[in-house]
Design a protein. Structure first.
Length: 199
């Protein structure tokens, strides 16, 4: 089941700005709950550290446990670098691509834009956030989507910086190459995630 509660609570739980809120995110270093941190302040166990890293990445991309576990299982089954395979699948989700192209301010907003049929892939409307884009795909925003005030402001930013595997011109983006773990800017300990699922 997808979490629909307060976003700040999740970021505080992981001690990480999961949704790119920046200065809007308050009390990041304070764990959620009215009674403050529970238990002793000892360092987490290896399992605890791996669990937290898994939860952080799962929540960052807005996935359910079942979805994330499926991506990891598929990545571990591929030949070659399983870490690159995992993050290629996560990064090529349509909602993430819309976010990486700076068409939206956050992944949740990108997911909503896709779900409301405001995103086109090669000229066709796609309303599935988990849709996997492919090399050469062209991602655009519908004319109705461009009229959304927050989207219109972002589309005017000609200096918007995108990852190297994407190119953007105005309201159109292109998949230039396959993404890899090195293209992910957020600080992630991928080894902890792989080890968590390899137990």
């Amino acid at each position: 089941m997808r979490y629909t509660g307060p976003k700040d609570r999740l970021s505080r739980r992981e001690n990480f700005d999961l949704f790119g809120k920046g200065a809007k995110l308050t009390r990041l270093n304070i764990t959620p709950g009215v009674h403050g941190p529970k238990g002793s302040m000892r360092a987490p166990s290896q399992y605890g550290r791996q669990l937290r890293e898994k939860q952080k990445v799962k929540r960052m991309y807005g996935l359910t446990e079942k979805q994330f576990s499926k991506y990891v299982t598929q990545a571990l089954a591929t030949k070659g670098n399983s870490v690159n395979a995992l993050f290629a699948k996560l990064e090529k989700r349509l909602d993430n691509v819309v976010y990486r192209l700076k068409f939206t301010e956050s992944r949740p907003q990108a997911r909503q834009l896709v779900s409301h049929r405001h995103v086109l892939v090669n000229g066709e409307k796609v309303n599935i956030p988990s849709y996997q884009v492919r090399l050469g795909d062209v991602i655009t925003i519908t004319s109705k989507g461009m009229e959304i005030p927050s989207i219109a402001v972002l589309l005017k930013d000609a200096e918007a910086e995108t990852p190297e595997w994407l190119t953007r011109k105005g309201a159109a983006g292109n998949i230039k190459r396959e993404p890899a773990k090195d293209d992910v800017r957020e600080a992630i300990s991928e080894q902890d995630i792989i080890e968590f699922y390899s137990r």
